[in-house]
Design a protein around this ligand. Sequence first.
Ligand SMILES: CC(C)(COP(=O)(O)OP(=O)(O)OC[C@H]1O[C@@H](n2cnc3c(N)ncnc32)[C@H](O)[C@@H]1OP(=O)(O)O)[C@@H](O)C(=O)NCCC(=O)NCCS
Length: 201
Amino acid sequence: MAATGSIVTSADGGTRLPTGGLEVIRTLELRSSAQQSLLAFAIGSSRIDGQCIGWLPTAAYVGAHEQGRIVACYNNADLVGYILWGTNNGIIRCFVVWVRRDARLILHGRALVDAIAEIGVQRGCTRIELWCAVDLAANFFWDALGFTRVCWRWGRAKRGRRHWLWRQRIMPDDDTPRRGTLSLPVALARPTEKALLPPAW
Ligand SMILES: CC(C)(COP(=O)(O)OP(=O)(O)OC[C@H]1O[C@@H](n2cnc3c(N)ncnc32)[C@H](O)[C@@H]1OP(=O)(O)O)[C@@H](O)C(=O)NCCC(=O)NCCS
């Protein structure tokens, strides 16, 4: 199901904070006070749900924001969530997606992922990928969005948590291999472990 309301991926006029309906916007296009609120919101999210989204240093959020790699979601001008992304080798990667607890299950997360799918297409990416700890409810979210589980790896934290690699194609692959593209989409945190194909869901 598609998100309802008006969805924009760039600001009308560049500095206006969106009002009315559901809107998805790159944080760089917000006025500066809203940018600061967004950064505080994003940095604070790991204190609320660190077991889901992990921990990133403040500098990583600030750097991502300055590079235009954070998209915020507003519902009637109320900041409800954000997504932090990056690209390489024709893949757009979701590093963090977070929706306020009181604003979940009303399609804000889907709107954020749709926004980076559009950014990915604009940048010539063929797929979206992300790693998600196997014990998180978010796996149902990725499944509902039509992502496919590809393999798993151990996380980097000491307590050895497994993570699924989820993938969704956003454009067909062209036949030209990209320089530096890995033939296997698996980066193993523990090189002695073999990637396992996921069992049926
Ligand atoms: C994961 C998260 C971003 C989802 O955001 P959301 O706004 O609640 O998700 P949406 O309302 O857009 O849901 C989209 C679809 O996923 C499904 N879904 C979302 N969360 C779900 C859950 N916990 N269990 C089952 N289905 C779920 C919805 O039912 C919906 O399906 P539908 O379109 O078929 O009706 C949000 O729960 C969150 O911030 N979680 C904590 C952080 C986190 O885990 N991030 C991801 C780490 S990999």
